[in-house]
Design a protein around this ligand. Sequence first.
Ligand SMILES: [Cu+2]
Length: 77
Amino acid sequence: LLVFSESIEPAFSFIHVTDGAAARVDRDDLHLEPHQPTRLAIGLQRLPPGAYRVEWKVTSVDTHKTQGIFTFRVIAP
Ligand SMILES: [Cu+2]
């Protein structure tokens, strides 16, 4: 779930979540949270421990574009 300061146009946005081998681990189901046009979400597969990368690029309804990359780790329970 990524939260933005403006309402997002999902048709012109993406979030890609990849593992260490650059394989997609998201469910390719990009969507806005219900009644929350600034909250863009994507489902994830069950993630084994490891390092993951999130690359996102969004267009807001007023046509501003922003993008970014961040990483996160899943550690063993
Ligand atoms: Cu704007």
